[in-house]
Ligand binder design. Structure first.
Ligand code: PEP
Ligand code: MN
Length: 263
């Protein structure tokens, strides 16, 4: 095990509460109405966090880059209105102050997992951090990236497995399901799974979510959109509101079954 386990046990609010972490919302904040319509449904279905990207790290510079500060303000407003805590990605140290002002949880995305200057700064921040696994990073590199945050004083870190690059090209990335038990054997930090970015295809999101719960993940991050076909980013992988509701019902069943066998 690496890291200061006493501190994690004492200070990590997610470890202490043991609540299942359900983060749901669109890939990007597009408008107040879009986000509010998603938020109402995910709140009712038991999500505790609302996600929505405002600064989007896109592969092409010509694609939608997010609404920036306006997006953060919408996220904050909708979060307040629906009593959901908010999660959004910070892509650069220069946006950190804004993200900290408007969000309850800061996300460090896959592309920035090894941005050590950013990690040090979120380590000094007083808000929880979701640290996504770099798409070509080993578990050891990921845990050491988390260590940059922890060693700067922030023990409220959640690790998020979001798929890694492999030779397989029928899915966007390959969900490394074994990361969950491996991380659990090496660290006390909570680990959640993002099946949406892992597979990049809405048709596989439900089965991968169920697998993640069954393997012992502490939560899920899911991209949900009112009308995925019209989404301004990641249209192929976002599930709609009905699909989300169905998925949550199945997740509950898996969790119940697991508790039943937890003798
Ligand atoms: C996201 O969650 O919005 C995102 C861009 O994911 P990742 O960093 O895993 O690609
Ligand atoms: Mn996305």
């Amino acid at each position: 095990m690496i890291g200061n386990n006493d501190k994690i046990l004492k200070e990590n609010i997610f470890v202490k509460s043991k609540d299942f972490i359900m983060i749901a919302g669109p890939c990007a904040v597009e408008s107040y109405e879009q986000l509010y319509d998603v938020a109402k449904v995910v709140k009712k279905s038991g999500a505790n966090y609302l996600r929505g990207g405002a600064f989007k790290p896109r592969t092409s510079p010509y694609d939608f880059q997010g609404l920036g500060l306006d997006g953060l303000k919408i996220l904050h407003e909708v979060g307040e209105k629906t009593a959901l805590k908010t999660v959004s990605e910070v892509t650069s140290v220069k946006y950190l102050e804004q993200v900290l002002k408007y969000c309850d949880v800061i996300q460090v995305g896959s592309r920035n997992m090894q941005n050590y200057e950013l990690l040090k700064e979120v380590g000094k921040a007083k808000k929880p951090v979701v640290l996504k696994r770099g798409m070509s990073s080993t578990i050891n590199e990921w845990l050491l990236a988390a260590e940059y945050i922890l060693s700067n004083g922030n023990y409220n870190v959640i690790l998020c497995e979001r798929g890694i690059r492999t030779f397989e090209d029928s899915v966007r990335n390959t969900l490394d399901i074994s990361a969950v038990p491996v991380v659990k054997s090496l660290s006390l930090l909570p680990i959640i799974v993002d099946p949406t970015h892992a597979c990049g295809n809405k048709d596989y999101v439900e089965s991968l979510s169920l697998a993640a719960v069954a393997v012992g993940a502490d939560g899920l991050m899911l991209e949900v959109h009112t009308n995925p076909e019209k989404a301004r980013s990641d249209k192929k992988q976002q599930i709609n509101l009905e699909e989300y509701k169905r998925l949550v019902e199945k997740v509950k069943k898996i969790k119940m079954a697991m508790n039943k066998f937890d003798l």
